[in-house]
Write a protein that binds this ligand. Structure first.
Ligand code: HEC
Ligand code: HEC
Length: 250
């Protein structure tokens, strides 16, 4: 019964996640008694690295970076999200997106204690508690609605140099770890990601992929309003039928 609920949207993430689960599955050689008690029961695993490796690296990457989904070992992300939000998201997942719920109460496989170990372990292993002492950081959740027209302008100021004026890709010379910077206004991409996760990425960046956080490499930091406006503009690019290349008949 080792499973995550997945939707058939990201084959790569699914394949990796499945491989990660398979790896932890069979460390016991059949018919050969081990030295101590039998294999630790899944419920009793309370070691952060083991839990993270078994459940998270397929999508969030080895050591919480370089995965398809947001980098979880980014100290800026951890400072903005905080342990309570981590617990909530790990437990309940993100409805309609690839992030599965892990709490038994939400249909997952982990106990509340294991979820606490994961959230606390991430903070212990990767956060830098002194990073923003006495500094203002944008709130994790949007405090106000964004305006997509203003967002388009702000995108031009803060994002276009790497993502192109329309968000459709880098103007040539900018490269990500993976190669050319892809489109972030593509309907299929936007269908896979929630507004909150877009916000988290814009605030915390993807240091593993060469994307700066909201302070934009020390130039001028974005205001909370500008962040919300940019998310509103990206959200306005969502389409009703993502991945459908032909206009539907009226
Ligand atoms: C210095 C260059 C740079 C700037 C400035 C920049 N980005 Fe990025 N961004 C990147 C790179 C590189 C990636 C990785 C893209 C890839 O691998 O295709 C990325 C990825 C992303 C992603 C996808 C991340 C994911 O994991 O799904 C989003 C969304 C994004 N950027 C939004 C923005 C927005 C909005 C802004 C402006 C507020 C911005 N970026 C500014 C370089 C930049
Ligand atoms: C099948 C792929 C998959 C697996 C496995 C997975 N995640 Fe995620 N996770 C995602 C995706 C995709 C998102 C972005 C969801 C969205 O759009 O909001 C996400 C989002 C998150 C977020 C919230 C990010 C934000 O924007 O604030 C946290 C925290 C998180 N995952 C932690 C974990 C932890 C811890 C594990 C292991 C217990 C895990 N995830 C396993 C795919 C996965």
């Amino acid at each position: 019964m080792r499973s995550v609920r997945l939707r058939p949207t990201s084959l790569r993430a699914m394949a990796l996640a499945t491989a990660a689960f398979a790896l932890v599955g069979c460390e016991r050689i059949p018919g050969r008694p081990g030295p101590g008690p039998e294999v630790v029961r899944p419920n009793e695993v309370l070691d952060f690295p083991t839990l993270f490796k078994a459940n998270c690296v397929g999508c969030h990457g080895e050591n919480g970076r370089n995965g398809a989904a947001i980098s979880l070992s980014n100290p800026v992300y951890l400072a903005v999200a905080g342990e309570d939000n981590l617990k909530e998201i790990i437990g309940n997942g993100v409805s309609g997106k690839l992030m599965p719920p892990f709490a038994k109460s939400a249909g997952g496989m982990l106990t509340d204690q294991q979820i606490n170990v994961l959230a606390h372990g991430m903070m212990q292993a990767w956060s830098k508690p002194d990073l923003f002492v006495g500094k203002n950081i944008p709130p994790y959740k949007a405090a106000q609605l964004g305006d997509s027209t203003r967002g388009q302008q702000a995108f031009g100021t803060f994002c276009a140099r790497c993502h192109g004026a329309a968000g459709e890709g880098a103007p040539g010379d900018v490269k990500s770890e993976a190669g050319k910077v892809g489109s972030i206004v593509d309907g299929s991409y936007l269908a896979l990601i929630s507004d909150q996760d877009l916000r988290s990425i814009v605030i915390a960046g993807r240091p593993d992929e060469g994307m700066p956080d909201w302070r934009t490499d020390g130039a001028q930091a974005m205001t909370d309003q500008q962040i919300s406006d940019i998310i509103a503009w990206l959200a306005s690019k969502r389409t009703a039928n993502p991945g459908q290349p032909y206009p539907t008949q009226p």
